[in-house]
Design a protein around this ligand. Structure first.
Ligand code: TXA
Ligand code: MG
Length: 312
């Protein structure tokens, strides 16, 4: 332990969840498993609690947070739902979809959650642990991914501790995240146009169809460097060199394989675990096999490009 706090590791049974609820009610920080990645949760209606998230992550204050809710009713108290937004929520919640919607003036949210924007990002997660916690609380939870800002996202409690031990109050160990990639983020603009802000487990074409008769695609507006393992990353590598930690896909196993069978869902769920192993390895560089750029492969390649972009 190196930080200010003695981080507790909690089980995902009744006792662990009760303790997590107690910490959250008191304005503390608890890392919680979701189906995508582990989130660093704090009560979204409390300025001090939200400020602690930014501090623990070293996150720039202009980068707003996702608010997690347990029901569509709770979401409607925070944002205005257009018919398109309503259809998307009905179809995909609970699940790996975040909606960016106009923030209601009377929404009970700390100012810093939305970083001063007129919109708010909302998601109803589909993981039994996160859902149980949310439904036991009478406020929503702000939760970015539970990693230091800019580093690899966490898909296990060990990943969370590697990044945030001593900086947060607790982590609930709920095993590995099933999806392994952060939620697809869709902004629903005035007039019902959809803008994909981050590709993710749900593909944009299906979402557009569900929301409207064909949405409008706009370029994602995320930072170029993210998910960075702290050493050089080479992409689309068929044959690695000796000092590279090789992350394989399909036939070539490498030091760690995303999926020996070339299955994209498995590759998504293992992506961050392989990057964590590469980061911890003694080898000074990481090389990654080509991953097909279709379907879920597009979201995987989005993360890989950012991991390969040097910070700064
Ligand atoms: O799967 C996920 O979405 C995970 C789990 C924990 O729910 N959360 C997650 O949070 O990935 P984070 O903070 O790592 O990424 C949230 C993204 C950021 O890129 C942020 O800029 C964007 O959402 N965002 C949040 N509020 C927004 C808003 N009002 N308008 C546009 N983008 C927003
Ligand atoms: Mg993140």
């Amino acid at each position: 332990m190196s930080g200010k706090y003695a981080t507790e590791t909690l089980g995902s049974g009744e006792g662990g969840l009760a303790r997590a609820g107690e910490i959250l009610r008191g304005g503390g920080l608890v890392a919680v498993p979701t189906e995508t990645v582990y989130g660093l949760a704090a009560r979204a209606d409390d300025d001090a609690a939200v400020a602690r998230i930014y501090e623990a992550k070293g996150r720039p204050s202009f980068n707003p947070l996702i608010v997690h809710v347990s029901s569509l009713d709770a979401a409607r108290q925070l944002a205005d739902f257009s018919p398109e937004a309503e259809r998307l929520a009905q179809e995909y919640w609970p699940g790996p979809l975040t909606l960016v919607l106009p923030r209601r003036k009377d929404a009970r949210l700390a100012e810093a959650v939305t970083a001063g924007l007129g919109t708010v990002a909302i998601r109803m997660p589909n993981h039994s642990v996160m859902r149980e916690i949310l439904s036991s609380l009478d406020f929503p939870l702000a939760a970015p991914s539970a990693n230091r800002s800019g580093f690899i996202s966490p898909t296990s409690a060990a990943h969370v501790l590697a990044s945030l031990d001593g900086r947060i109050d607790a982590v609930i160990d709920g095993g590995e995240c099933e999806r392994g990639l952060e939620s697809t983020i869709i902004a629903v603009r005035e007039g019902g146009a959809l803008e994909q802000l981050r590709p993710g487990p749900l593909d944009f074409e299906s979402l557009s169809e569900a929301a409207t008769q064909g949405g409008r695609i706009e370029a994602p507006g995320q930072l170029a460097s993210h998910y960075a393992p702290g050493k050089p990353v080479r992409l689309d590598v068929i044959r690695s060199v000796e000092d590279e930690f090789y992350i394989g896909f399909g036939e070539v196993a490498g030091d760690c394989s995303l999926s020996l069978e070339g299955n994209l869902e498995e590759a998504a769920s293992r992506l961050y675990a392989c990057l964590h192993l590469g980061a911890q390895s003694e080898k000074p560089r990481i090389a990654i096999a080509p991953v097909p750029d279709s379907g879920l492969g597009r979201a995987i390649n989005d993360r890989l490009r950012r991991a390969a972009t040097p910070a700064g």
